[in-house]
Design a protein around this ligand. Structure first.
Ligand SMILES: CC(C)(COP(=O)(O)OP(=O)(O)OC[C@H]1O[C@@H](n2cnc3c(N)ncnc32)[C@H](O)[C@@H]1OP(=O)(O)O)[C@@H](O)C(=O)NCCC(=O)NCCS
Length: 135
């Protein structure tokens, strides 16, 4: 059965909830992470199960003008593969457009290409990365 989910742009989310979400899929949870980065965000989408528990999240950072950056897409482990991630990204995309951004960027590992390209509609494009701590 598909779980009923409510989505909210710039919805409230606590640092403790974020930690539990990341821990659910074995990610690297870092205390106070969300409180620290929230001020740099254009906005974010919060997904909640009808009982109020956090189901997923995606953040949209930006350059203050026409470039927005989709980061930290997360869906609780037991709720994955129900279309929640796809809906989070669709709503984030709509809000970035409404905010006047022209481009929405994302980077991901090759294995997530079916998610970002096929399911979410991103066009693959050349991009570059430098891992600064390795310099
Ligand atoms: C990646 C993630 C956000 C996807 O969320 P989700 O709600 O499970 O995704 P959806 O149900 O919307 O998936 C839609 C389609 O995308 C593709 N897809 C989803 N997760 C995928 C994965 N892990 N690998 C490959 N394809 C995937 C599938 O084609 C899927 O359709 P299907 O279930 O009918 O096969 C989720 O797996 C997650 O939170 N992972 C841990 C954190 C992470 O890696 N985030 C990405 C940072 S770049």
């Amino acid at each position: 059965m598909v779980t009923q989910i409510d989505y909210e742009w710039r919805g409230q989310i606590t640092d403790a909830e974020m930690l539990r979400l990341v821990e659910s899929y074995g990610g690297n949870a870092e205390e106070a992470w969300w409180d620290r980065i929230r001020t740099h965000s254009l906005g974010w989408v919060v997904a909640r199960v009808r009982d109020g528990s956090l189901a997923g999240f995606v953040n949209v950072a930006w350059d203050g003008s026409d470039h927005a950056f989709l980061v930290d897409t997360k869906v609780r482990a037991d709720l994955q593969r129900q279309g929640i991630g796809q809906t989070l990204v669709r709503l984030a995309t709509q809000h970035a457009k409404t905010a006047g951004c022209e481009w929405l960027h994302v980077d991901y590992t090759e294995q997530l290409s079916p998610f970002y390209v096929n399911a979410c509609g991103f066009r693959p494009a050349p991009a570059g990365l430098i891992h600064l701590p390795s310099l």
